[in-house]
Design a protein around this ligand. Structure first.
Ligand code: ATP
Ligand code: LTN
Length: 336
């Protein structure tokens, strides 16, 4: 039987952090041999908030290199850059014309990001989930592995599939494949180091709130030393009054590879003074191989270019096929 198709992506809006890694990329890597995978760098999404044209292309290359450094394996996975494939923008337009505006106005991410933009909210920010739906649907994806925050966007994608298939499918022939979110519980929501009730995010103004995958050891150690804790004695998971404690223990559990039970038992009597250096050392060691591989990949730009060229060719074949199917179903003329 053919393998199920997986598609996911990350925006090149800055360096990846532990939330992106533990909520998304690590899960892609761990499951990649079970699926036929497409991982894109969603640069068209990165311009939905004001961006710097001087760094956009470099950030996209850096994210592609980080995918590889984290263990994405080209024998199971295709890596490409979203804007290299025009079909993403084109399908987004077609989907726009059947998407009710109020579906988009309800999106939590839109509401949160719109507040931060003040007067300067672009149509693109509102339309972000439609472009994301296009990303997913162009590859006939069965599964979309993401962190918890993206679930609502995948639900919107599913609603769009129902709408397109109802309006333009014929009998047995559906136009688009129905995707499902794939959200691993552990790591689905890594919280900020400075506020355990907010998610760790690339766009948080404070660099101390997140650990970047490329932070040097001394920076990691400093950030963990300074991170928010509480005065309660002993460490525990799942106490709703101790969000920082739960977050830091979860990071230790995921990065050390020890079970939750073992971590809960080992840390039950610990104070922060003992735990923080342990977490810092574990994080440094977990990120070291990724950082080494990243430097290696970035030192051979021609090889990375070749990988992205191959990725683009493979991705375009799927995307153009699905786009043609949608255009035919919607009744467009075919250019001769
Ligand atoms: P931004 O702050 O620029 O919106 P982001 O940090 O939220 O960016 P994205 O590029 O939007 O990062 O997300 C890429 C992937 O990482 C998505 O699958 C998303 O669900 C996941 N992700 C992002 N932040 C976290 C987090 N704190 N915990 C778990 N997963 C996360
Ligand atoms: N919105 C996602 C990034 C993204 C994505 C996708 C994820 C854009 N297109 C398609 C999965 C599938 C985010 O993580 N902020």
């Amino acid at each position: 039987m053919a393998k199920q198709r997986v598609l996911s992506g990350v925006q090149p809006t800055g360096n990846l952090h532990l939330g992106n890694y533990l909520g998304a990329i690590r899960n892609w890597v761990n499951a990649q041999d079970q699926y036929d995978n497409y991982f894109c760098v969603v640069d068209l999404h990165a311009i939905t908030v004001p961006h710097d044209p001087k760094v956009l292309a470099d950030n996209s290359y850096a994210i592609a290199a980080l995918y590889l450094a984290c263990g994405i394996d080209l024998t199971h996975s295709t890596i490409f850059i979203q804007s290299h494939i025009a079909a993403h923008s084109e399908l987004a337009w077609l989907l726009n014309c059947i998407t009710p505006v109020n579906w988009l106005e309800r999106m939590i991410q839109f509401k949160e990001k719109a507040v931060k933009q003040g007067e300067n909210v672009s149509v693109g920010l509102l339309d972000y989930p439609v472009l994301m739906a296009a990303d997913i649907l162009l590859y006939d994806a069965d599964l979309v592995p993401v962190g918890e925050d993206q679930k609502q966007h995948i639900e919107l994608t599913r609603d769009l599939v129902i709408r397109i298939n109802d309006q333009f499918g014929t009998g047995e022939n559906s136009v688009l494949k129905m995707p499902e979110p794939l959200i691993q519980k552990a790591g689905a929501r890594v919280m900020s180091l400075t506020d355990g009730t907010k998610k760790m995010s690339k766009s948080d103004p404070s660099d101390l709130s997140r650990i970047s995958l490329l932070d040097p050891p001394e920076v990691i150690t400093k950030k963990i030393k300074r991170c928010k804790t509480d005065p309660t004695k002993g460490l525990e998971f799942d106490n709703p009054d101790r969000p920082e404690c739960n977050n830091l223990l979860t990071l230790y559990h995921l990065l050390s590879g020890q079970s939750r039970e073992a971590v809960a038992a080992d840390c039950a009597e610990m104070g922060w003074g003992q735990f923080k250096p342990l977490l810092a050392e574990t994080t440094v060691e977990a990120l070291r191989p990724i950082q080494e591989k990243y430097s290696e990949i970035m030192s051979d730009r021609a090889a990375l270019d070749a990988i992205l060229r191959d990725g683009r060719e493979k991705a375009a074949a799927s995307a153009n096929h699905v786009l043609a199917k949608v255009k035919a179903a919607m009744g467009f003329s075919v250019p001769l």
